[in-house]
Design a protein around this ligand. Structure first.
Ligand SMILES: NC(=O)C1=CN([C@@H]2O[C@H](COP(=O)(O)OP(=O)(O)OC[C@H]3O[C@@H](n4cnc5c(N)ncnc54)[C@H](OP(=O)(O)O)[C@@H]3O)[C@@H](O)[C@H]2O)[C@@H](O)CC1
Ligand SMILES: Nc1ncnc2c1ncn2[C@@H]1O[C@H](COP(=O)(O)OP(=O)(O)O)[C@@H](O)[C@H]1O
Ligand SMILES: [K+]
Length: 486
């Protein structure tokens, strides 16, 4: 499990150590310098290579300056570009004493400074850290905009990419995309949330031995999947493993039902009862799927998956609603989202993409558009969980899961190739499989997101794939997970 924290929580945890005189900054700078040295070494040489350091007024700039000091002493040509008048005095003195070159943005100007920085082998972003209020401003923002326009820079972010909110992942103004973020004392939640994660690159963690509070966000890793993924035992039979009822598809959208069913079967559901239009039941179902009784109440299942491909079909909509109201664990997706009652119980999971979440919030008196959700994903997912009482899985490159109790998970194992029609239906199938097997909603949502992402990567292999291909890859992802156990 990867745990992440708010910037404020990390700062509070640092306080007692700082008061006891522990030089946390030296440890942070050492970790940052090592990351830079490793990158330089793997791309050629250390001695004589060049590193540009973008320096802000606070401790984040100080970390970068102390790292610059260490790099200078290893024979790296270091140039610090000071973004503001204010700079951490002792760190600045140490950097100069080690032979680092200093350029002041105010004197050199944006254009000249940008071309100087762009010539460096590596750039360290030490402009703003956890003390940032809002994004980069004035000439510093212009400098970063100019660097973004030049493009192709190898940037290592100090603690977090400047302009990314440490707590929420929200991005203000221009931000330099990093290949790596070296973060100190605790992984900041904003590095694992959209859109911030998109700027962070690989995350390296420098442990400062802090006593941290409960995590603000958790991310499952391979061990968690292995620990929690349901597997049949000797005494199991197809009913005891959990039966999933599926209400999906309509005459207009038969494919969504197929993909949701395929996803659920691939994720290990032993028994599915399907409720849908006669045309679909007659010909197109996978042979493993059992046609269910016509009403929700007449079907004995452990969980429901409702909504994929449900559109303009009163009978299907009635079934979705009945399943949502059944009290059983239920995943409501796509066509079931507009049917969601005002309040539901915590056994309900909803899986909107940003556009669907915006529509859901707007229907509940919070006028929202897709761009609002994309800008502050956590805030909107949280609001939806509070308003509906459901666990919310917000889809995207980084998937955010928020439970009605406020627990937050995020997963991002996927690939942009997953953005293909029907991909979400397969995710719904995987999540339905976990709910039927009795996995608690927030954990089931995070596990489904993780396995869906992994299956996407496997199916894609770096190129395009279909939604069916994602489902086909799921058993292989699980086989690799289970390899070596039992
Ligand atoms: N605590 C520790 O011991 C450890 C902390 N560590 C490091 O410290 C970092 C946090 O340091 P920090 O608190 O100094 O905050 P930081 O982000 O550098 O900048 C704040 C300064 O920027 C200014 N400012 C704010 N917003 C701005 C904006 N939008 N545009 C322009 N300026 C803006 C603000 O000025 P103000 O507006 O208040 O006048 C203030 O001067 C943390 O990320 C980690 O790297 C590690 O060394 C481990 C030990
Ligand atoms: N850029 C991206 N990178 C990684 N995964 C993505 C990206 N865009 C979308 N996805 C994933 O692809 C799926 C798309 O689901 P959805 O929008 O419901 O599509 P559909 O309705 O066509 O099935 C979700 O699991 C989402 O998290
Ligand atoms: K930074």
């Amino acid at each position: 499990m990867i745990s992440a924290y708010t910037g404020t929580a990390v700062q509070a945890a640092e306080k007692p150590l700082l008061e006891a005189g522990v030089d946390l900054m030296a440890r942070a700078a050492y970790g940052l310098a090592n990351a830079v040295l490793w990158r330089l070494r793997t791309s050629g040489r250390v001695y004589g290579s060049s590193v540009a350091l973008l320096i802000g007024p606070g401790n984040n700039g100080a970390d970068a300056l102390y790292a610059g000091e260490l790099l200078s002493r290893r024979g790296v040509r270091t140039t610090a570009v000071l973004g503001s008048e204010r700079v951490h005095g002792p760190a600045f003195a140490a950097f100069q004493a080690a032979g680092g070159t200093v350029v002041r943005l105010a004197e050199r100007g944006v254009r000249d400074s940008a071309s100087l920085v762009a010539q460096a082998d590596l750039v360290v972003d030490g402009l703003l850290g956890t003390g940032a209020r809002g994004g980069l401003r004035d000439a510093v923002a212009d400098l970063v905009a100019a660097l973004c326009e030049i493009g192709g820079l190898q940037v290592i972010a100090c603690d977090l990419p400047s302009g990314v909110n440490a707590d929420t992942g929200e991005v203000s103004g221009v931000v330099l995309s990093a290949i790596e973020t070296v973060t100190f004392g605790g992984i900041k939640a904003g590095l694992l949330l959209p859109p911030g994660e998109g700027f962070a690159g690989d995350i390296s963690y420098v442990d400062l031995d802090l006593s941290l509070p409960a995590a603000a966000l958790e991310r499952l890793d391979q061990d968690d999947l292995l620990r929690h993924w349901p597997r049949p035992g000797r005494s199991d039979h197809k009913y005891s493993r959990g039966v999933l009822g599926v209400v999906a598809g309509s005459t207009a959208y038969p494919g969504a039902a197929q993909l949701a069913l395929h996803g659920a079967l691939a994720a290990g559901t032993a028994m599915i009862r399907y409720l849908g239009p006669a045309t679909l039941r007659a010909g197109g179902l996978p042979p493993e799927v059992v046609p269910g009784a016509s009403t929700v109440a007449a079907n004995r299942v452990q969980a429901w998956l409702v909504g994929p491909g449900v559109s303009d079909d009163a009978e299907q909509e009635r079934r979705c609603l009945d399943a949502i109201n059944s009290g059983l664990p239920v995943l409501a997706d796509a066509g079931a989202l507009p049917l969601l009652p005002e309040r539901v119980g915590p056994q309900v999971v909803i899986t909107p993409h940003a556009g669907e979440l915006a529509a859901l919030l707007s229907r509940r008196g919070h006028p929202t558009v897709r761009a609002d959700v994309e800008r502050s994903a956590l805030e909107h997912a949280r609001l939806a969980a509070q308003l509906t009482g459901a666990t919310v899985l917000l889809k995207g490159a980084t998937i955010v899961v928020v439970s009605p109790q406020g627990e937050v998970h995020s997963q991002s194992e996927g690939t942009p190739w997953l953005a293909t029609a029907g991909s979400g239906d397969v995710l719904a199938g995987i999540l339905g499989a976990l709910l039927a097997a009795g996995v608690a909603p927030p954990l089931a949502a995070a596990m489904a997101a993780s396995v869906h992402g992994r299956a996407g990567v496997l199916a894609s292999g770096g190129g395009p794939m279909t939604a069916s291909g994602i489902a086909e890859a799921v058993p292989q992802v699980l086989r690799e997970l289970f390899e070596g156990i039992d």
